[in-house]
Design a protein around this ligand. Structure first.
Ligand code: PLP
Length: 385
């Protein structure tokens, strides 16, 4: 059997940190209680573990304990935020951006079909939006702005704090999909000026199937309408028996990210820079997609002009990378994010997204440089001029 490919697709998912798994395991077996059971220690123990995790997640993002609602992941968190505000207000206008994740685009498209108006703010060629274009889009009946905190394809960090200040000034609710930012770069709900923020455990070395929504409780207190009705868990906003092991893992993952972020982001950023410089040494004419300054240290996204895009991924069997976002990789459509920053279909298809992680090694980066440079060099020789 051949060795598994080198994993450089951490925006799609990250492995569970072994330290996280270790803390989760007892909650599958001997500490299996239902956190809603009030009459015996099994329930008390599970509830206590959930509240510890809530504190760990809240502390990572500067939230109060009761402002964190556990969900099944960020897709649910986004839907709860967007549909929850829409149902609360009943009608109106929403502002978002063209480069958002599918888990924002699709719920907003459904709301559009249901009669809400949505303005899609464009981004510049560096992938960043101008906060003033958000201000210009605000109408008398604008009920919500949703702008992501870090892009999952090109890693750019939109000016959320500036958008938050505008939203606050105009009295409009502000949601951010902070999945790719949380645990990787400093993100604080107060500094960002958000009323709602979505998080996912499996993008930060926690388990899949668990996430959170931050819901502001003060100035203003937000009374979201839930997506489901049931047992009243999570202040009635997200009923259903809590995924205790998953939540414990999410909390542990948040705590580790909180503690290790300063050193980790420097180390991973240096590896990412080495990847870019190594590719540039070997290959003339590489285009970096998105700003290199306002960017996650874990991300590189490059376009390789003068090659057949399809051949690129096909030839990279020993590297696990992505040519677009994981959620669109089943279709052959070029990435909507790369198109939004002005790439041709051809150049978008000839792009690669590299997602580095806590577990990425210098040797893996050297391997990636060699492998990509060799292949792109070969494809360029083959390409008709
Ligand atoms: C992965 C991702 C999501 C979806 O999160 P799940 O927990 O997998 O549902 C949403 N938004 C962004 C930006 C993501 O990267």
């Amino acid at each position: 059997m051949s060795a598994p490919p080198v994993y450089l697709d951490s925006h799609a998912t990250t492995p569970v940190d072994p330290r996280v798994l270790e803390r989760m395991l007892p909650f599958f077996t001997e500490r299996f209680g239902n956190a809603s059971s009030r009459s015996h220690p099994y329930g008390w123990e599970a509830d206590e573990a959930v509240e510890t995790a809530r504190e760990q997640v809240a502390s990572l993002v500067g939230a109060k304990l009761r402002e964190i609602i556990f969900t099944s992941g960020a897709t649910e968190s986004n839907n709860l935020a967007l549909r929850g505000v829409a149902a609360l207000r009943g009608r109106g206008h929403i502002i978002s951006a063209t480069t958002e994740h599918k888990a924002i685009l699709d719920p907003l498209r459904r709301l559009e079909r249901e009669g809400f108006r949505v303005s899609w703010v464009p981004v510049a060629s560096d992938g960043l939006l101008d906060p003033e274009s958000v201000r210009a889009a605000i109408a008398d009946d604008t009920i919500l702005i949703s702008i992501m905190a870090a892009n999952n394809e090109i890693g750019v960090l939109p000016p959320v704090a500036a958008v938050g200040a505008i939203a606050r000034e105009r009295g409009v609710l502000f949601h951010t999909d902070a999945v790719q930012a949380a645990g990787k770069v400093p993100f604080d709900v107060e500094a960002a000026g958000v009323d709602l923020a979505s998080f996912s455990a499996h993008k930060m070395y926690g388990p899949k199937g668990v996430g959170a929504l931050y819901v502001r409780r003060r100035k203003p207190k937000l009374d979201l309408v839930p997506l489901m009705d049931g047992g009243g868990q999570e202040r009635g906003l997200r009923p259903g028996t809590l995924n205790v092991p998953g939540i414990v893992g999410f909390g542990a993952a948040a705590e580790i990210c909180h503690d290790e972020m300063p050193a980790e982001s420097v180390r991973i950023g240096a590896l990412r820079d080495r990847l870019l410089h190594g590719l540039r040494e070997r290959l003339p004419n590489i285009h970096v997609n998105g700003s290199m300054t306002a960017r996650l240290p874990q991300n590189l996204n490059t376009a390789f002009p003068d090659i057949e895009g399809e051949a690129l991924l096909m030839g990279l069997r020993t590297l696990a990378v992505s040519s677009g976002s994981a959620c669109t990789s089943t279709s052959v459509e070029p990435s909507h994010v790369l198109k939004a920053i002005g790439l041709s279909d051809e150049l978008a298809r000839a792009s690669l997204r590299f997602g580095l992680s806590r577990f990425t090694t210098p040797a893996e980066i050297e391997y990636a440089i060699e492998t990509v440079a060799d292949l792109v060099g070969k494809l360029r020789e083959l390409a008709p001029r």
